[in-house]
Design a protein around this ligand. Sequence first.
Ligand code: NAP
Length: 344
Amino acid sequence: MQHIRLTLIGFGVVGQSFAELLANKHAYLKQRYSTWLTLVGVANARHGFIYRTDGLDLSLLLKFAREGRPLTEYHDVRHWNNAVDGLKDTVADILIEASPTNLRDAEPALSHIRTALSKRMHAVTANKGPGALAASELFTLAREHGVQFRMESSVMAGTPVISTIREGMAGAKITSLRAILNGTSNYILSAMASGRDYAEVLADAQAQGYAETDPTADVEGYDAVAKTMILAALVFNHPLRVEQVERQGITAITPEQVQAAIDAGMRIKLIASLRPAPGSDELIASVKPIALPLLTDPLARVDGAMNAISIQSDTLPEVTIIGPGAGRMETAQGLLADVLACTR
Ligand SMILES: NC(=O)c1ccc[n+]([C@@H]2O[C@H](COP(=O)([O-])OP(=O)(O)OC[C@H]3O[C@@H](n4cnc5c(N)ncnc54)[C@H](OP(=O)(O)O)[C@@H]3O)[C@@H](O)[C@H]2O)c1
């Protein structure tokens, strides 16, 4: 039985779901993987970082969160006012990073991950910032310290895209990929294809929790651009700056355009695309609405909040993965898969 100590930074929707998953799967993970996962540290922005060498009780932490009680009410723990200080002073094997995404400078996640890797802790994250803005630096830091940096959940939540490409398709040369990477915009476009109006569908998506109160990042394509930047760095080893990804959202799409596509046997989808430029080292990257043939393109038939990616390579002509692109447990599952990959 291997005993692995975890520190979790960010105890919001995803962090709490990860704790819940850990509690639910504790016995299964012991039996199936001979792995005993113990949460020793946890942090949020309001209450700082708490640490207990013998492990923290997951149900008690979740009860505190449900009841709006501060983490500092946990008895018999060491406490720091911020996560970086706590991380520096304590010992664990893997950092799970689930703080909010920031696409300007990737903080605070970038500091958390740098600190962990520099201490020879593996780091796994659901946060899009570090992978989009600093993947090369963090992979180098991880390699120098003999640990892993993984981010399965940052693209298509727990749907195994990154591990499939990097591990499952190891040795294949990826020649291009196209993907639907944002559930909210796909939900809206799918509903428009069944005759509904953009504004009405957006309000409905917000009411159902698919779309944020401020939907700009989703419908203007910024969220998909961040995921495209992660894929560029991880799949093509070619980090991009945000301005290198051509971006067009879905807000200007009219019902007439949607209907014209349907009449032509097509569906309009917000497609992220990456492919090397012929005869150069550059990558051509875009996120924009494209009409796809319904009969022959698997992405055309991916509806609702689902995400999908279609990967072309020299040895596998086309591999398509369809699955959820968000959701609390779906994201926690991606973190768990990364944690288990680090333990192997
Ligand atoms: N939700 C999804 O479906 C989904 C899917 C894929 C990826 N993600 C990514 O997962 C991450 C977490 O998302 P979420 O929905 O769980 O967000 P959330 O509910 O807002 O939770 C964020 C957590 O991070 C904490 N935090 C903020 N700044 C911090 C700091 N400096 N030090 C320590 N903790 C800090 C917050 O503390 P307080 O509680 O004190 O505010 C909160 O507990 C994001 O990067 C998001 O993009 C989410």
